[in-house]
Write a protein that binds this ligand. Structure first.
Ligand SMILES: *Cc1c(COP(=O)(O)O)cnc(C)c1O
Length: 413
């Protein structure tokens, strides 16, 4: 493992969290290169029996250093904005290894992505298809398209991260898929290359994926009778990780089902994992500022907050919180671990048994995905530094923001 205790000291690869916090300050994001690589390679190996492309979902952790680790593995990338495309390019990635998802692509974004020659546009509405066709025609280019199907399957995950039910804004509803593909086929400036879906995030079971694949295969069958064929099928991301006691996602079971169902069609498979690659590759280090005891509650007030890590506040997400130095001298108690932000939702964990004292460093585990990327400057807080650890080497992947950085774009009257 890349993040583990050695003699009661928490390490990320060969470096102790206590030393990193001391040297680089807190709050601090720390990522393990080895873990990122291992997760990506596990997916690659699981799907070895079929032609496949892993399109890392950039929004999970879009730091340039993280992206460049995946570029070196030969990854493709799933992006949702022109900003994310720029990140992939600056990390050394190629435009023709980018797929562009998202319900609200603007004219400027479509225009720029077309000129760059990206691999595929994952179109999410009939209106977007028309806009893309018109822009491509104007530019004299042909846009490679896939239509995102909303397969109306229950991903059995948190409602905020479930995306494949018919009431969700994502994708094109079942009844309209065929007409949208026929519409696409009529445009000379579009080339149909694929079909895609993404049913949600943090799925712990394989069965919703199987349901989604079956639905996509049904559409493919119907469309092929109408002369519409595909090069690839993109199954989206959403593979679950273990934050607490969730069962380990059965990656091989998933991959076996993919190979069995899709192999006979001779289609190339694409997947768009984000969380699976990044979540457990990172942690956030915070320092205990104060311990506050009241009749009913004890609070452990730390220097990290919902501004730096919003998942607990936003989705009631549970992430393990550990002291980076285990000590039997400190008495343990049950605490709500909270930050300094002026919101009652500003907590990182509730009812945690911790043996801590003022000045101790805590690790909020599993913070590598949807952590820093969702951080804000709320309460005029400077966003943390990010480190990428490779063995005993530290790469400062992003330096800590200064107040000058935060205020640079504003102008007093
Ligand atoms: C967010 C997203 C993903 C990645 O989801 P994970 O749960 O992080 O794997 C993949 N595809 C699309 C279209 C997404 O919006």
């Amino acid at each position: 493992m890349s993040i583990e205790y050695r003699n009661d000291h928490l390490f990320v690869e060969d470096l102790s969290c206590q030393d990193l916090a001391k040297k680089y300050g807190t709050p601090l994001y720390v990522y393990s290169r080895a873990h990122l690589e291992r997760q990506w390679q596990a997916i690659d190996q699981a799907l070895a029996a079929i032609d496949h492309k892993i399109c890392y979902a950039v929004k999970a952790n879009s730091n340039l250093a993280v992206l460049s680790v995946l570029v070196k593995l030969g990854s493709y990338f799933d992006v949702v904005s022109i900003g994310e495309i720029e990140r992939v390019l600056r990390a050394g990635g190629r435009a023709d290894r980018i797929v562009f998802s998202g319900v609200g692509k603007t004219t400027a974004e479509l225009n720029a992505a077309l000129k760059l020659g990206i691999h595929c546009f994952n179109v999410e509405s009939a209106a977007e298809l028309e806009r893309l066709a018109a822009i491509a025609a104007t530019l004299g280019l042909i846009a490679p398209v896939s239509v995102r199907v909303n397969p109306d399957v229950d991903a059995k995950t948190h409602p905020y991260i479930s995306t494949g039910l018919k009431d969700n804004k994502f994708g094109i509803i079942w009844d309209e898929i065929e007409s949208v593909y026929q519409q696409a086929a009529q445009h000379e400036s579009l080339k149909i290359v694929g079909i895609d879906c993404h049913i949600g995030s943090q799925l712990t079971e394989v069965s919703p994926f199987n349901d989604a694949i079956d639905k996509l295969l049904e559409v493919i069958g119907r469309l092929s009778k109408q002369g519409i064929s595909f090069q690839h099928i993109d199954l989206g991301g959403g593979f679950g990780v273990t934050y607490r006691d969730e069962p380990t996602f059965d990656l091989q079971g998933y991959a076996d089902a993919v190979v069995e169902k899709i192999g006979p069609l001779g289609l190339s498979v694409m997947v768009e994992p984000g969380r699976y690659i990044a979540a457990n590759a990172g942690l956030m280090l915070v320092e205990v500022q104060y311990l506050k005891h009241s009749e009913h509650k004890n609070f452990c007030i730390v220097d990290g907050s919902m501004s730096e890590l919003i998942r607990p506040a936003l989705y009631s997400a549970w992430q393990r919180i550990d002291a980076v130095e285990l000590s039997s001298d400190t008495p343990s108690d049950v605490y709500d671990v909270v930050g300094p932000v002026c919101e009652s939702s500003d907590f990182l964990g509730k009812d945690r048994t911790l043996a801590v004292k003022q000045g101790d460093i805590l690790a909020v585990q599993s913070s590598g995905a949807y952590g820093f990327g969702m951080a804000s400057n709320y309460n005029t807080r400077c966003r943390p530094a990010e480190l990428l650890i490779d063995g005993d080497k530290v790469h400062v992947a992003r330096r800590r923001e200064s107040l000058d950085d935060v205020l640079a774009l504003e102008a007093p009257l």
